[in-house]
Design a protein around this ligand. Structure first.
Ligand SMILES: C[S@@+](CC[C@H](N)C(=O)[O-])C[C@H]1O[C@@H](n2cnc3c(N)ncnc32)[C@H](O)[C@@H]1O
Length: 274
């Protein structure tokens, strides 16, 4: 039997309350298992987090973080530095309690659903929603984008990051990885620490779906947040192969061709302009 939309949301909330936002060490959540936390990947990932900031106004009154989680990475704090208040909206109260510990009086906290935001139109001078819409029931994805646009002030921008269901660039590297593993066998397998993203409801789409869903309804552009999947990064980016330099080159290319990498890499950054 297919779960109803309400059941899906309940499952997602329970997952984040009990598992996703469980601290496995100080400031590090179970959720971070899906990220490449190795030192060699840090600079690239840090710069990708910083990239979000380029697309939103540096100052304003209210800043919305829709699906904020506990504001788990230090770079996230920078996004709302120039704002009076950061409004964290999430269906997980565990996430919001942790977010409140992190930002205290700078924050306002609302247990709420991204596809039905409990805010008046045009009240936010800046909006981000990071890695959240893919957890919604499929029918709610478009309403979530429209809701983010509805609450955004005129002349301002929202930055939305979600993964595509597949990436032509990552598919090629995955094929190469499979081939290398059959040739080198055990040695490569041991170094390929895969972490399957599992645990709760996730539905992702591709760039064509997004265009069909949003064209004519929103003023938006597809740009790149990050090309690399965690699994591909963990396999190919190694110190002995000059991994750090490959990532620097990739980041530079992403900046030069943001639409190309946004559409063909794994993680687009969808910029909504009001
Ligand atoms: C993968 S986490 C991302 C958290 C944070 N944005 C980040 O990038 O670290 C997804 C977050 O979305 C929240 N979420 C899932 N479905 C939601 C919904 N319908 N409305 C609001 N928040 C939701 C989850 O509770 C969780 O905190």
């Amino acid at each position: 039997m297919t779960p109803t939309d309400a059941e899906i949301k309940r499952q997602v909330r329970t997952f984040y309350n009990r598992v996703g936002w469980k601290e496995i060490s100080e400031g590090l959540y179970q959720n971070a298992r899906y990220e490449d936390l190795r030192p060699i990947a840090q600079e690239y990932i840090h710069r990708c987090h910083q990239r979000v900031q380029r697309y939103i106004a540096p100052r304003g009154r209210f800043f919305l973080d829709a699906g904020s989680g506990p504001i788990q990475y230090p770079e996230y704090l920078e996004y709302s530095h120039g704002y009076e208040k950061r409004v964290c909206a999430d269906i997980s109260h565990t996430a919001l309690i942790a977010a409140r510990q992190r930002i205290g009086d700078h924050g306002l906290f609302a247990v709420s659903d991204v596809s039905r935001l409990p805010f008046a139109p045009e009240v936010f001078d800046g909006v981000v929603s990071l890695h959240t819409i893919h957890h919604l029931p499929e029918e709610d994805h478009v309403s979530a984008y429209l809701e983010l646009a509805r609450v955004l002030a005129l002349g301002r921008r929202a930055a939305v990051v979600n993964g595509w269901d597949r990436s032509p660039l990552m598919d090629r590297l995955d094929t190469l990885k499979g081939w290398m593993k059959t040739r080198k066998g055990v040695a490569f397998k041991e170094m390929d620490a895969e972490e399957k993203e599992a645990g709760t409801h996730v539905v992702k789409h591709d760039a064509r779906w997004l265009r069909q869903a949003l064209d004519g309804r929103l003023n938006y552009r597809i740009r790149v947040w990050r090309t690399m999947s965690t699994n591909v990064m963990r396999f190919f980016i190694r110190p002995e192969w000059g991994g750090r330099y490959w990532l620097r080159l990739l980041f530079w290319l992403e900046d030069r061709f943001p639409r190309f990498f946004g559409e063909r890499g794994l993680y687009p950054l969808v910029v909504i302009q009001k």
